[in-house]
Design a protein around this ligand. Sequence first.
Ligand code: MD3
Ligand code: FE
Length: 217
Amino acid sequence: MTASLFDDPPQPAGPPEVLEPGAVVLRGFALAQATDLLAAVQQITAQAPFRHLVTPGGLTMSVAMTNCGALGWVSDRSGYRYDPIDPQTGQSWPTMPLLFRQLAREAAETAGFAGFAPDACLINRYAPGARLSLHQDRDEGNYAHPIVSVSLGVPAMFLWGGAQRADKTRRIALLHGDVVVWGGPARLRFHGVLPLPEAHHPLTGAHRINLTFRKAG
Ligand code: MD3
Ligand code: FE
């Protein structure tokens, strides 16, 4: 095995890094909780398994998804929505663990968004080659609330665009334990994730797991 850019460097939680107003990267913010977060993801997926959703256009997403919290993000041929019921099981989504809620709240507060109380956590699982094309997150009720994202496992290259799909994009490496808060003027930026490289992480194997915390209701 050769050392590469994708190896985790020794990584203390760093100072908040402002990408642009409202977009704040907290390197290593979730590192100390990573094992507990992943154990909670396992509990959640025992009740609400990862699945590949179909877009309104009929394409199957390469990223596998599930949710916890009062609301879950789903897609099918009829559109995108937040739903209190998992359409696959007919049951409520698993409860959002306290650990998740506290981490999201603390990250948001560190980035300048005090009082963030998410009611939805979308959990994305990337296998090698899985990607997320450029999109905006526009299915939430109130864009005044930020979105908090937590990256775990294999590092990914995140694409950060502008207010229009055609705007120039920047590439930002998101590593195990990194947390990013997207609020204010950054909330409706186009963004995506490049195909996940073949790599191995001791806690997730070939996968990357991303948690995104939202106030959807
Ligand atoms: C910027 N997830 O679930 S996290 C998504 O890595 C999503 O799985 C990606 O985009 C992932 O919708 C990126 C970073 C992220 C999440 C939501 C945002 C950035 C955002 C919402 C608005 C602006
Ligand atoms: Fe998104």
